[in-house]
Every structure is written in structure tokens, then in C-alpha cells.
Design a protein around this ligand. Sequence first.
Ligand code: HGY
Ligand code: MN
Ligand code: MN
Length: 373
Amino acid sequence: MRDVHARLAAWMTRLGMSVRVDAAGNLRGVHPAAPSTVRRLLIGSHLDTVARAGAFDGVLGVVLGIALVQLLGRRQHPFSIEVVGFSDEEGVRFGVPFIGSRALAGTIDRDLLERRDTSGRSVAEAIRDYGLDPDAISEARVADAIGYLELHIEQGPVLERLNAALGIVTAIAGQTRAQVTFTGMAGHAGTTPMRGRRDALAGAAEWIGAVERDAQGVTGLVATIAHVEVEPGAGNVIARRCRATIDIRHADDGVRADAARRMAATAKEIASRRGLDIEWEPRLDQGTVAMDPALTAMLERAVVRSGTPLHRVASGAGHDAMIMAARMPAAMLFLRSPGGISHHPDESVMEEDVAAALAAGLNFLDELAGTLS
Ligand code: HGY
Ligand code: MN
Ligand code: MN
């Protein structure tokens, strides 16, 4: 993150932007407006990634924000532009996402600062380790922005299937995340009869299959169990404990909540039948968020003016825009993901789509300025 901050801060500074890192580790560069106004547009995305990620998820939106400032040159709009590189959107390290954007939205609480990573370091300690002051986190909050724009890869197959360069995001699907712990009893793999075992991993495995079958049966529902920790983890010892993360998403909050309830009940049923203890620890219950109609209409006009065909698409992936939307009008523009590939080293973008996004972005700034003057 230090390297990314240094590289992007150098680009921002060269463009005359004032650059800082706030108490949540967000990189923030401000391009001043015409002197007479204090209004501010935020353009941002996240700089953190998942493990073994691609090179565009998140960072593309920050670099495109800087590129828009560069393309503006001496042109001034009746609002300043703040480009934000959020510090932690994926939630990989602490199990809860959107830490950076929650600091700007002012929704970080003590619980979040106390969450610990697998080495036992808390969010607050990690902030201190980086050389920042977690007690100053409230200063990261943005109170007066006129809006938030996020440019991001689609991370799915829709735009490619439509042979479309860009997509206007209508809404961002809600997500439920939890950690589920099955606890049984360790035992000797060679001497313990199969009948009567309290095998935590076997119980979790039965649950994982049941979750997949459940989600396959509901249109638009996705449920993913992708991180499993087994104790003691020796090949000749029956697993005493198995911790698994579950990630459930659907555009309709009711469908998602019902699925979460069903999948928790299934875990409980399997655990009791197998003599296992079960613990379901909620990590996130984020509702579906619609993008702001007025800002999205400006984005649509901007795309049409740039000559790119207009397509609207819902987002299955979560984004900082869903957090910022709680505090200000938010809009998102997707770029096509070749092969629908993301969260994978082969993630890519097409240069002509990046050019289309920048053209639309510049038109969006004009559209926004037109509504203010
Ligand atoms: O998980 C997501 O939806 C995003 O990549 N943070
Ligand atoms: Mn991601
Ligand atoms: Mn992302």
C-alpha cells in the first residue's frame, strides 16, 4: 500500500492536487475548483485487492479519477474534485469489508476498530502500525460532497455478452457475510470407528454441499464458502474444529435474508445430527443499494454524448459506492471485463473501453457543472 500511495501521490502532486492519507489509510487528492465554490465531487475506488488478484479491480477507478483531472487540464468546474483510493474494501484482512469508505461515510464504530486479523492485530493497531492515528478517524468523514462517482470493471460476463464497452450501474446487490464454526471432537484416524465420530470437517463438508444445492435452486442467488480453517489439521487426526466463511448475495434483500436463514438452519440441523456444536457469527448484513437517479441520469447523458451505446447493468459485486450512497448521491460506471474474469490474475480491460470511460467521465463532469451554474 505504501508503494501504491507513493506512486499515485506523485502523479496527483504533478497535477497540482493536494494529497494526504487520512486516518483510515485512504489516499485523498484534491483538485481545486474555481475559487468561489466549496462544493466537491468525489471520484474513487479501492486500492486493496483480494489475494492473487487481477490488476484492475479497484485501482482502475482511482487511476481513471486521476486521469480525468489530468484531461481537465486548466478547465475548471464549479466544484472541486477529490480522488479517493480507499484502503480496505475487500475485507480480506479483518473479515469485514468497506473499512476505508465507512471512514468517509462516518459509519466506523468501536467494534470495527477492535476487529482482529488472523495474527491478532486489530484494525486500530494496523492503522497505528501504518503510522496513522485511529483516534483521528472521524476527521476522514466527508460532510459536504455533491456526489460520488466510481468507475470500476464489471467483474462479470454481462457487458461482454452485450458486446458493450460500458455499463451504467442501476443498483449494487446486497450481501450477507458470516463465519460459521463447527466444533466436534478430535480423534485417532486409525482407531476411531466411523459410527459415532464427531468430525467437524465432515459436518462442514455436508453443509457446504447443501448450501451449493440451495443456491443453485434460487434464481439470482449466489452463496460462496471459500475460506475454511481446520483444526488440528493433521492428516491422521479427526477434525475437532472447522471454521468456514459464507458470502450470500441477491438483488432482493428479502430473498437474501431468507437464504441466510435457511443456510443457518441447515448448518444447525447437520451439526445436531452429528453431535457437533455450531456457531454462526455475522460479519456483514449490507442491503442492496440503488444508485442515485439524478446523478445516474447525468452519467447516462454523458455516455450517450460520448457516442458509446447505453447499457444498464446491476452489480453482483459489492463496491464502496454502496457505502458512500448513505451519505451522498452515488453513481457507478462499469467497464467491460473480458471473459468476465475478476479476482484472478487474468483480469483485464480493453484500452478502447478505458478511452470510452474517460470520454464519458469528462462529459459527466460537464453535465454536473451544467446543473450547478
Ligand atoms: O466482494 C466483492 O463484491 C467486491 O470484490 N469487494
Ligand atoms: Mn473485488
Ligand atoms: Mn472492487
